[in-house]
Design a protein around this ligand. Structure first.
Ligand code: DAH
Length: 344
Protein backbone atom coordinates (compact mmCIF):
# COMPACT_ATOMS: atom_id res chain seq x y z
CA UNK A 1 0.00 0.00 0.00
CA UNK A 2 2.87 2.30 0.78
CA UNK A 3 4.37 1.63 -2.63
CA UNK A 4 1.06 2.54 -4.23
CA UNK A 5 0.93 5.78 -2.23
CA UNK A 6 4.55 6.57 -3.11
CA UNK A 7 3.78 6.02 -6.80
CA UNK A 8 0.72 8.30 -6.56
CA UNK A 9 2.81 11.00 -4.91
CA UNK A 10 5.45 10.92 -7.60
CA UNK A 11 2.81 10.95 -10.33
CA UNK A 12 1.03 13.91 -8.75
CA UNK A 13 4.21 15.92 -8.20
CA UNK A 14 5.27 15.32 -11.80
CA UNK A 15 1.89 16.50 -13.08
CA UNK A 16 2.08 19.57 -10.87
CA UNK A 17 5.53 20.26 -12.25
CA UNK A 18 4.21 20.03 -15.79
CA UNK A 19 1.03 22.02 -15.15
CA UNK A 20 0.79 25.13 -17.25
CA UNK A 21 -2.19 26.90 -15.80
CA UNK A 22 -4.13 27.46 -12.61
CA UNK A 23 -6.89 25.39 -14.18
CA UNK A 24 -4.48 22.43 -14.59
CA UNK A 25 -3.57 22.72 -10.90
CA UNK A 26 -7.23 22.81 -9.89
CA UNK A 27 -7.82 19.64 -11.92
CA UNK A 28 -4.84 17.91 -10.30
CA UNK A 29 -6.09 18.89 -6.86
CA UNK A 30 -9.52 17.40 -7.52
CA UNK A 31 -8.03 14.32 -9.13
CA UNK A 32 -5.58 13.42 -6.35
CA UNK A 33 -6.94 14.94 -3.16
CA UNK A 34 -10.68 14.91 -3.94
CA UNK A 35 -13.18 12.58 -2.28
CA UNK A 36 -13.09 10.24 -5.24
CA UNK A 37 -9.34 10.54 -5.70
CA UNK A 38 -6.90 7.60 -5.47
CA UNK A 39 -5.45 8.62 -2.11
CA UNK A 40 -8.88 8.61 -0.49
CA UNK A 41 -9.49 5.29 -2.21
CA UNK A 42 -6.28 3.83 -0.72
CA UNK A 43 -7.11 5.16 2.70
CA UNK A 44 -10.53 3.53 2.54
CA UNK A 45 -8.72 0.19 2.40
CA UNK A 46 -6.94 0.92 5.69
CA UNK A 47 -9.51 -1.17 7.58
CA UNK A 48 -7.92 -4.25 6.16
CA UNK A 49 -4.56 -3.42 7.62
CA UNK A 50 -3.18 -4.71 10.86
CA UNK A 51 -3.16 -2.55 13.99
CA UNK A 52 0.64 -2.03 13.70
CA UNK A 53 0.53 -1.08 10.06
CA UNK A 54 -2.42 1.30 10.27
CA UNK A 55 -0.79 4.33 12.03
CA UNK A 56 2.32 4.01 9.86
CA UNK A 57 0.34 3.99 6.63
CA UNK A 58 -1.98 6.70 7.98
CA UNK A 59 0.97 8.95 8.78
CA UNK A 60 2.50 8.25 5.40
CA UNK A 61 -0.76 9.06 3.61
CA UNK A 62 -1.01 12.37 5.49
CA UNK A 63 2.58 13.17 4.61
CA UNK A 64 1.87 12.55 0.94
CA UNK A 65 -1.29 14.66 1.06
CA UNK A 66 0.71 17.49 2.68
CA UNK A 67 3.47 17.15 0.09
CA UNK A 68 0.99 17.39 -2.77
CA UNK A 69 -0.83 20.32 -1.13
CA UNK A 70 2.42 22.22 -0.56
CA UNK A 71 3.57 21.52 -4.09
CA UNK A 72 0.22 22.70 -5.46
CA UNK A 73 0.47 25.89 -3.43
CA UNK A 74 4.01 26.63 -4.56
CA UNK A 75 3.18 26.04 -8.19
CA UNK A 76 0.06 28.23 -7.88
CA UNK A 77 2.16 31.09 -6.52
CA UNK A 78 4.73 30.63 -9.23
CA UNK A 79 2.11 30.62 -12.00
CA UNK A 80 0.45 33.71 -10.52
CA UNK A 81 3.75 35.55 -10.32
CA UNK A 82 4.49 34.56 -13.91
CA UNK A 83 1.10 35.85 -15.00
CA UNK A 84 1.76 39.23 -13.33
CA UNK A 85 5.19 39.45 -14.88
CA UNK A 86 3.84 38.65 -18.32
CA UNK A 87 1.15 41.28 -17.90
CA UNK A 88 3.68 43.89 -16.76
CA UNK A 89 5.98 43.08 -19.66
CA UNK A 90 3.07 43.50 -22.04
CA UNK A 91 1.92 46.76 -20.49
CA UNK A 92 5.32 48.30 -19.98
CA UNK A 93 5.51 52.00 -20.82
CA UNK A 94 8.06 53.23 -23.28
CA UNK A 95 9.10 56.46 -21.62
CA UNK A 96 11.11 57.46 -24.67
CA UNK A 97 7.98 57.75 -26.84
CA UNK A 98 7.11 61.39 -27.62
CA UNK A 99 3.97 62.55 -25.78
CA UNK A 100 0.74 63.40 -27.53
CA UNK A 101 0.46 67.18 -27.83
CA UNK A 102 -2.40 68.71 -25.82
CA UNK A 103 -4.43 71.21 -27.80
CA UNK A 104 -3.65 74.53 -26.15
CA UNK A 105 -5.55 77.76 -26.53
CA UNK A 106 -4.11 81.25 -26.49
CA UNK A 107 -5.20 84.62 -25.24
CA UNK A 108 -7.63 86.41 -27.54
CA UNK A 109 -5.64 89.11 -29.42
CA UNK A 110 -7.80 91.81 -27.89
CA UNK A 111 -7.23 90.44 -24.38
CA UNK A 112 -3.50 90.24 -25.09
CA UNK A 113 -3.35 93.88 -26.24
CA UNK A 114 -5.42 95.11 -23.27
CA UNK A 115 -3.16 93.23 -20.87
CA UNK A 116 -0.10 94.67 -22.55
CA UNK A 117 -1.51 98.19 -22.15
CA UNK A 118 -2.51 97.50 -18.54
CA UNK A 119 0.98 96.25 -17.71
CA UNK A 120 2.49 99.33 -19.26
CA UNK A 121 0.40 101.70 -17.16
CA UNK A 122 0.80 99.59 -14.02
CA UNK A 123 4.55 99.99 -14.47
CA UNK A 124 3.99 103.76 -14.44
CA UNK A 125 2.18 103.58 -11.10
CA UNK A 126 -1.42 103.43 -12.30
CA UNK A 127 -3.97 101.07 -10.78
CA UNK A 128 -6.89 99.43 -12.58
CA UNK A 129 -10.43 100.62 -11.77
CA UNK A 130 -13.74 99.24 -12.97
CA UNK A 131 -17.27 100.50 -13.42
CA UNK A 132 -20.66 99.07 -14.41
CA UNK A 133 -21.67 98.52 -18.02
CA UNK A 134 -25.28 99.44 -17.21
CA UNK A 135 -24.78 103.06 -16.23
CA UNK A 136 -26.91 105.98 -15.13
CA UNK A 137 -27.41 109.01 -17.31
CA UNK A 138 -25.72 110.99 -14.54
CA UNK A 139 -22.34 109.21 -14.69
CA UNK A 140 -22.33 108.52 -18.41
CA UNK A 141 -23.16 112.11 -19.36
CA UNK A 142 -24.03 114.67 -16.72
CA UNK A 143 -21.05 114.18 -14.40
CA UNK A 144 -18.88 114.49 -17.51
CA UNK A 145 -20.13 117.97 -18.28
CA UNK A 146 -22.76 116.76 -20.73
CA UNK A 147 -26.05 118.03 -19.31
CA UNK A 148 -29.37 116.87 -20.77
CA UNK A 149 -29.93 118.41 -24.19
CA UNK A 150 -26.20 118.99 -24.78
CA UNK A 151 -25.59 118.58 -28.51
CA UNK A 152 -22.43 116.52 -27.92
CA UNK A 153 -24.61 113.71 -26.53
CA UNK A 154 -25.61 112.99 -30.12
CA UNK A 155 -22.00 112.07 -30.92
CA UNK A 156 -22.61 108.86 -28.97
CA UNK A 157 -25.80 107.15 -30.09
CA UNK A 158 -26.89 105.29 -26.99
CA UNK A 159 -28.81 102.18 -25.99
CA UNK A 160 -31.18 103.55 -23.35
CA UNK A 161 -32.89 101.06 -21.05
CA UNK A 162 -35.03 103.58 -19.17
CA UNK A 163 -34.96 107.40 -19.20
CA UNK A 164 -32.21 107.24 -16.66
CA UNK A 165 -30.36 103.99 -17.42
CA UNK A 166 -28.28 103.07 -20.45
CA UNK A 167 -25.48 100.82 -21.61
CA UNK A 168 -22.46 103.04 -21.09
CA UNK A 169 -21.24 104.62 -24.31
CA UNK A 170 -17.74 105.22 -22.96
CA UNK A 171 -15.51 104.26 -20.03
CA UNK A 172 -15.31 107.93 -18.98
CA UNK A 173 -18.02 107.49 -16.27
CA UNK A 174 -15.40 105.52 -14.30
CA UNK A 175 -13.55 108.85 -13.98
CA UNK A 176 -16.44 110.39 -12.05
CA UNK A 177 -17.08 107.27 -9.99
CA UNK A 178 -13.42 106.94 -9.02
CA UNK A 179 -13.05 110.60 -8.07
CA UNK A 180 -16.17 110.42 -5.88
CA UNK A 181 -14.60 107.53 -3.99
CA UNK A 182 -11.55 109.70 -3.25
CA UNK A 183 -13.71 112.30 -1.44
CA UNK A 184 -11.89 115.28 -2.89
CA UNK A 185 -8.42 114.03 -2.03
CA UNK A 186 -5.66 113.28 -4.54
CA UNK A 187 -3.77 111.63 -5.95
CA UNK A 188 -5.96 109.63 -8.33
CA UNK A 189 -4.10 107.59 -10.92
CA UNK A 190 -6.14 104.93 -12.70
CA UNK A 191 -6.79 103.25 -15.98
CA UNK A 192 -10.09 101.54 -16.62
CA UNK A 193 -10.55 99.03 -19.42
CA UNK A 194 -14.04 97.78 -20.26
CA UNK A 195 -16.85 97.21 -22.71
CA UNK A 196 -18.88 100.09 -24.13
CA UNK A 197 -21.94 100.16 -26.38
CA UNK A 198 -23.16 102.41 -29.19
CA UNK A 199 -26.09 102.25 -31.57
CA UNK A 200 -23.91 101.82 -34.64
CA UNK A 201 -24.42 99.51 -37.58
CA UNK A 202 -21.63 96.94 -37.56
CA UNK A 203 -19.15 97.20 -40.40
CA UNK A 204 -15.38 96.91 -40.89
CA UNK A 205 -14.66 99.82 -38.55
CA UNK A 206 -17.80 99.98 -36.35
CA UNK A 207 -19.20 97.65 -33.74
CA UNK A 208 -22.21 98.17 -31.46
CA UNK A 209 -20.06 96.79 -28.65
CA UNK A 210 -16.35 97.45 -28.29
CA UNK A 211 -13.66 98.10 -25.70
CA UNK A 212 -12.18 101.28 -24.34
CA UNK A 213 -9.38 102.03 -21.96
CA UNK A 214 -9.81 105.18 -19.91
CA UNK A 215 -7.01 106.93 -18.05
CA UNK A 216 -7.24 109.54 -15.28
CA UNK A 217 -4.67 111.35 -13.16
CA UNK A 218 -5.75 113.99 -10.62
CA UNK A 219 -3.42 115.67 -8.16
CA UNK A 220 -1.99 119.05 -7.27
CA UNK A 221 0.13 120.54 -10.06
CA UNK A 222 -0.77 118.06 -12.78
CA UNK A 223 0.05 119.69 -16.11
CA UNK A 224 -0.40 119.17 -19.80
CA UNK A 225 3.31 118.27 -20.01
CA UNK A 226 2.63 115.35 -17.64
CA UNK A 227 -0.08 114.14 -20.00
CA UNK A 228 2.30 114.45 -22.93
CA UNK A 229 5.04 112.54 -21.12
CA UNK A 230 2.75 109.66 -20.18
CA UNK A 231 1.28 109.41 -23.69
CA UNK A 232 4.69 109.56 -25.33
CA UNK A 233 5.94 106.72 -23.12
CA UNK A 234 2.85 104.72 -24.00
CA UNK A 235 3.26 105.33 -27.74
CA UNK A 236 6.93 104.34 -27.77
CA UNK A 237 6.43 101.19 -25.70
CA UNK A 238 3.44 100.12 -27.78
CA UNK A 239 4.59 101.04 -31.28
CA UNK A 240 8.39 101.36 -31.10
CA UNK A 241 10.97 103.67 -29.53
CA UNK A 242 11.36 105.68 -32.76
CA UNK A 243 7.72 106.86 -32.63
CA UNK A 244 7.05 110.57 -32.43
CA UNK A 245 3.76 111.89 -31.09
CA UNK A 246 1.76 114.94 -32.01
CA UNK A 247 -1.13 116.53 -30.14
CA UNK A 248 -3.87 118.19 -32.18
CA UNK A 249 -6.54 120.43 -30.66
CA UNK A 250 -9.92 118.71 -30.40
CA UNK A 251 -13.13 118.82 -28.40
CA UNK A 252 -14.47 116.66 -25.58
CA UNK A 253 -16.98 118.10 -23.12
CA UNK A 254 -15.13 116.68 -20.09
CA UNK A 255 -11.68 118.06 -20.95
CA UNK A 256 -10.37 121.57 -21.52
CA UNK A 257 -8.20 121.88 -23.45
CA UNK A 258 -8.87 118.69 -25.42
CA UNK A 259 -6.47 117.00 -27.81
CA UNK A 260 -6.15 114.06 -30.09
CA UNK A 261 -2.87 112.23 -30.19
CA UNK A 262 -1.29 110.99 -33.39
CA UNK A 263 1.80 108.82 -33.66
CA UNK A 264 4.25 108.92 -36.55
CA UNK A 265 3.40 106.05 -38.90
CA UNK A 266 5.21 102.86 -37.86
CA UNK A 267 4.88 101.42 -41.35
CA UNK A 268 6.36 104.16 -43.51
CA UNK A 269 7.98 106.27 -40.75
CA UNK A 270 6.23 109.38 -42.04
CA UNK A 271 6.80 109.03 -45.78
CA UNK A 272 3.15 108.24 -46.43
CA UNK A 273 1.42 104.88 -46.97
CA UNK A 274 -2.05 103.33 -46.90
CA UNK A 275 -2.01 102.79 -43.11
CA UNK A 276 -1.50 106.50 -42.36
CA UNK A 277 -3.60 107.48 -45.37
CA UNK A 278 -0.53 109.21 -46.80
CA UNK A 279 -0.33 111.74 -43.97
CA UNK A 280 2.56 110.15 -42.08
CA UNK A 281 0.46 110.23 -38.88
CA UNK A 282 -1.97 107.82 -37.26
CA UNK A 283 -4.66 108.94 -34.81
CA UNK A 284 -4.49 106.88 -31.63
CA UNK A 285 -6.53 108.43 -28.81
CA UNK A 286 -8.36 111.40 -27.29
CA UNK A 287 -7.17 113.21 -24.19
CA UNK A 288 -7.10 116.50 -22.35
CA UNK A 289 -7.00 118.34 -19.04
CA UNK A 290 -9.96 117.39 -16.84
CA UNK A 291 -12.63 120.11 -17.08
CA UNK A 292 -13.00 122.05 -13.77
CA UNK A 293 -16.74 121.29 -13.83
CA UNK A 294 -15.99 117.54 -13.86
CA UNK A 295 -13.59 117.90 -10.92
CA UNK A 296 -16.06 119.99 -8.92
CA UNK A 297 -19.05 117.69 -9.58
CA UNK A 298 -16.99 114.75 -8.30
CA UNK A 299 -16.08 116.65 -5.11
CA UNK A 300 -12.62 117.97 -5.99
CA UNK A 301 -11.57 121.59 -5.44
CA UNK A 302 -10.66 122.70 -8.96
CA UNK A 303 -8.57 125.58 -7.60
CA UNK A 304 -6.31 123.14 -5.82
CA UNK A 305 -6.45 120.11 -8.09
CA UNK A 306 -5.87 119.60 -11.78
CA UNK A 307 -5.86 116.44 -13.81
CA UNK A 308 -5.55 114.86 -17.20
CA UNK A 309 -7.55 112.10 -18.85
CA UNK A 310 -7.33 110.01 -21.96
CA UNK A 311 -9.41 107.41 -23.72
CA UNK A 312 -8.42 104.90 -26.36
CA UNK A 313 -9.88 101.99 -28.30
CA UNK A 314 -7.82 98.81 -27.91
CA UNK A 315 -9.45 97.30 -31.02
CA UNK A 316 -8.05 100.14 -33.08
CA UNK A 317 -4.65 99.73 -31.45
CA UNK A 318 -4.66 95.96 -32.07
CA UNK A 319 -5.82 96.48 -35.67
CA UNK A 320 -2.98 98.90 -36.33
CA UNK A 321 -0.39 96.80 -34.55
CA UNK A 322 -1.28 93.54 -36.29
CA UNK A 323 -2.62 94.86 -39.61
CA UNK A 324 -6.18 93.61 -38.98
CA UNK A 325 -8.60 95.12 -41.50
CA UNK A 326 -12.00 94.35 -39.96
CA UNK A 327 -13.09 94.98 -36.35
CA UNK A 328 -15.64 92.15 -36.64
CA UNK A 329 -12.78 89.61 -36.59
CA UNK A 330 -12.46 90.25 -32.85
CA UNK A 331 -16.01 89.08 -32.17
CA UNK A 332 -16.69 86.31 -34.67
CA UNK A 333 -14.49 83.74 -32.89
CA UNK A 334 -13.14 82.28 -36.11
CA UNK A 335 -10.29 80.00 -35.04
CA UNK A 336 -8.43 80.66 -38.28
CA UNK A 337 -8.14 84.28 -37.13
CA UNK A 338 -7.55 83.62 -33.43
CA UNK A 339 -4.84 80.99 -33.96
CA UNK A 340 -2.63 83.51 -35.72
CA UNK A 341 -1.97 85.15 -32.38
CA UNK A 342 -0.54 82.07 -30.74
CA UNK A 343 2.78 82.70 -29.10
CA UNK A 344 5.32 79.93 -29.74
N1 DAH B 1 -14.82 109.07 -23.98
C1 DAH B 1 -14.29 109.50 -25.24
C2 DAH B 1 -15.02 108.78 -26.36
O1 DAH B 1 -15.61 107.77 -26.11
C3 DAH B 1 -12.82 109.21 -25.32
C4 DAH B 1 -12.04 110.15 -24.45
C5 DAH B 1 -11.54 111.31 -24.98
C6 DAH B 1 -11.83 109.87 -23.14
C7 DAH B 1 -10.81 112.19 -24.23
C8 DAH B 1 -11.11 110.76 -22.34
C9 DAH B 1 -10.59 111.90 -22.91
O2 DAH B 1 -10.87 110.53 -21.06
O3 DAH B 1 -9.90 112.76 -22.13
O4 DAH B 1 -14.99 109.26 -27.45
Amino acid sequence: MQDRLQALKEEALLKIEQAESLKDLQDIKVAYLGKKGPITEVLKGMGKLSAEERPVVGAFANEIRDAITTSLQEKTERLEAQAIEAKLAQESIDVTLPGRPIAKGNAHPLTAVIEEIEDLFLSMGFTVAEGPEVETDYYNFEALNLPKGHPARDMQDSFFITDDLLLRTQTSPVQARTMEKHHGKGPVKIISPGKVYRRDDDDATHSHQFMQIEGLVVDENVRMSDLKGVLETFAKKMFGEERKIRLRPSFFPFTEPSVEMDISCFKCSGKGCSICKHTGWIEILGAGMVHPNVLEMAGFDAKKYTGFAFGMGPERIAMLKYGIDDIRHFYSNDLRFLKQFKKA
